[in-house]
Design a protein around this ligand. Structure first.
Ligand SMILES: Cc1cc2nc3c(=O)[nH]c(=O)nc-3n(C[C@H](O)[C@H](O)[C@H](O)COP(=O)(O)OP(=O)(O)OC[C@H]3O[C@@H](n4cnc5c(N)ncnc54)[C@H](O)[C@@H]3O)c2cc1C
Length: 262
């Protein structure tokens, strides 16, 4: 089975500053790592390859520094990796990101199964996988917590709904986004690190895509406009009250009215 896993490089720390002028995260010089949910996506693909055979390719979209997450995927067992990288992809919102990745997927070959993480720890929208599937016109299931059965032309999965677990059978080609805990991600292998150190990583840019219209990529292709990004204000003001429970509850009611919570 040909499986594609989408992996994103995210900041490895929660102490990321926001550029006050552009409102964009200052990613230069900060530690980066593979999005934790994508480790689960990759592990799921490797487990399916172990039982069914086939190949596991990985794809990342980002600047050149994202090559490191593809190398990391190689040390876990991925067979091939591609980076989608072009200045014209910069500043993409979810719509433009999912469109760009879908264009890249079309250039990478045919896949029975595409696996994404459920969400990222930076953008955190949990929308890229589903939107990609819509662009590719393939069925998709989100929040997959368990692979029930892998058959020749279908896969059966359990989807975590807020109030229930739904079992779904979908035909290939299809896309799933997986939740953490589906499998325990394996540790990178030092032996694989040595054996894959010269393995090629393909780089695709806008000129390689079928749709070369710059209007559909990066900031140009992003209908979402971020007006302002700022760290949440920290307020450590506190008051200590003493009194009986009826005095305190009355005072609490007055305070909540004053603050317009009620
Ligand atoms: C107006 C606007 C401007 C923005 N500008 C910037 C900017 O300048 N710089 C910037 O870094 N971000 C920017 N962002 C954030 C950026 O849009 C999101 O990070 C991006 O769309 C991916 O969404 P997400 O992280 O929420 O992914 P989710 O939907 O939470 O991710 C789900 C899964 O999709 C896959 N996936 C997601 N992104 C990638 C990727 N890049 N490569 C491979 N797989 C992926 C992974 O498998 C992941 O687990 C901007 C957002 C908006 C709205």
């Amino acid at each position: 089975m040909n499986i594609l896993v989408c992996i994103k490089q995210v900041p490895g720390t929660s102490k990321v500053e926001v550029d006050p002028v552009t409102g964009v995260l200052k990613r230069d010089g900060i530690d980066s790592k593979m999005n934790p949910y994508d480790l689960y996506a990759l592990e799921t693909a490797l487990k399916i390859r172990e039982s069914e055979g086939g190949t596991v390719k990985v794809l990342s979209m980002g600047p050149n520094q994202a090559l490191s997450v593809i190398k990391e995927a190689y040390t876990m067992g991925a067979d091939e990796g591609t980076l989608l990288s072009d200045r014209k992809f910069g500043g993409a919102d979810v719509l433009a990101t999912s469109y760009t990745i879908a264009q890249g997927v079309k250039k990478m070959g045919d896949f029975e199964l595409i696996i994404c993480g459920k969400q990222t720890t930076d953008g955190d929208t949990a929308q890229v996988g589903s939107e990609m599937a819509e662009w590719l016109k393939i069925p998709h299931v989100a929040n997959v917590k368990n692979i029930v059965n892998v058959e020749d032309s279908t896969i059966t999965v359990e989807m975590d709904m807020p109030e229930s677990i739904e079992t779904v059978k979908i035909a290939y080609p299809c896309l799933i986004t997986v939740d953490k805990g589906i499998f325990e991600p394996r540790l990178p292998s030092y032996r694989k690190k040595l054996s894959t150190k010269d393995r090629e990583i393909k780089i695709l840019s806008l000129k390689d895509f079928d749709d070369k219209d710059e209007k559909n990529y990066g900031l140009n292709g992003s209908p979402t406009q971020v007006e302002r990004i700022f760290p949440p204000e920290v307020n450590n003001d506190r008051e200590m009250w003493t009194g009986s429970s009826s005095e305190l509850s009355g005072k609490m009611g007055e305070k909540l009215k004053e603050l317009k919570f009620i």
